[in-house]
Ligand binder design. Sequence first.
Ligand code: GAP
Length: 457
Amino acid sequence: MAAPNIDTIVSLSKRRGFVYPSSELYGGLGSAWDYGPLGVELYNNVKQAWWRWMVHERDDIEGIDSSIVLNRLVWKYSGHEDTFSDPLVDCRECNTRLRADKLEAGKCPNCGSANLTDPRPFNLMFQTHVGATAEDDPAALVYLRPETAQGIFINFLNVLTTSRRKLPFGIAQIGKSFRNEVTPGNFIFRTREFEQMEMEYFVRPGDDERAHEEWIENCQQWFVTLGISPDNMRLYEQPKEELAHYAKRTVDIHYRFFPERDDDEKQWDELMGIANRTDFDLRTHSKKPENAEGKRLNPDSTEDLSYFDEATKERFYPFVIEPAAGVNRTVLALLMDAYSEKTNDKGETRVILKLRPSMAPIKAAILPLAKNKPEIVGMAKAIKRSLQPKLRAVYDDTGGIGKLYARQDEIGTPFCVTVDHQSLEDEAVTVRDRDTWEQERVKVADLPEHLLTRLGS
Ligand code: GAP
């Protein structure tokens, strides 16, 4: 079972502290969300898992962390100043601003009118100014990056020379990106500030199509290891007219974000994109390429980002395969996929978040069976403290045991550890499994190893 719709996750998130509407006490800010105590743990688990998989466990990928605000020329030559826009229309009846490419039957979704302006491009990059200059000084204009990828391309030569890499190799980065989306919405699915996990994989021209296929397969598999059901994912081949200006081919991994929609086609939307960016970016940021008249295409760049192959003595611009995923959309897909309900013997229905242990915000909850017994409370708190350096553990005594179990199930805690009267005698505790509700007795001395082994499974 997965969540029946995003609204179910919105309400769980607010109720339990995964995600809150941002700036709520001032009326909110359209489509901005804040991650709460549980949300930030899940969010960090996603990023750490991606970094481990993408950088630490591979032999051919380095990581970087570049600036959010870059020289404006980066966005001129990347093509974003000219082309990173959505077609905008205004409804003449109700003044709503809409994306022309997302309209149904050419009508305003707010009032149903077809009386719309002609589409015009609306650039999605947020502008700001650097330094203590006049606000309208064009020399001070900069953008908040709309993708992390450009920070990688402009550091290609730095990483190549300092790491002494040979093709094929990749550079990975996780970080915030900003887009002034015309129609943000659907909770954390589309926001104006979000985080991306991107990797640019540099290959010889001619090796790009095979590498592209490999990364499509790898990325799908990664989401499965994270716990997302293959039934709720599909591949989507972007048609030519949808391709970004730099892409030769892009395949998206879609997730079933909207299962409540009758039309199956409308249930799916993008979780990740895997693009073949050709040599567009390295070439465009290089000082050397010239047009037919011998004029430099980029008179501002001070470097040539071509690659010299020692073996073949050839110089060329590598092609790039780019797996690009959103952290926020991954968190949403994980929450939706893990959502389930279970009815107990008394006929009460409970929410159980079946997150993989590696993704669960809290790995173990230590619960005393009698909170008015100082020896039991003391033992439970000592157990929690002993676990803290090894895994995320919490202590809770604010309810009866049934309620405490239910609370932990709802946030996906894989193990509850109960300390009872018997524990004082036999130095053992009860470990209760979130998914099976089965219980087993474990010696306190063996508990850290026992939990770590089961968390890894
Ligand atoms: N560098 C390529 C690139 O940025 P993209 O498909 O525009 O490609 C990659 O973005 C991923 O970033 C998407 O698959 C999605 O997960 C995430 N993303 C893009 N725009 C987003 C938004 N407004 N809100 C949340 N996530 C977004």
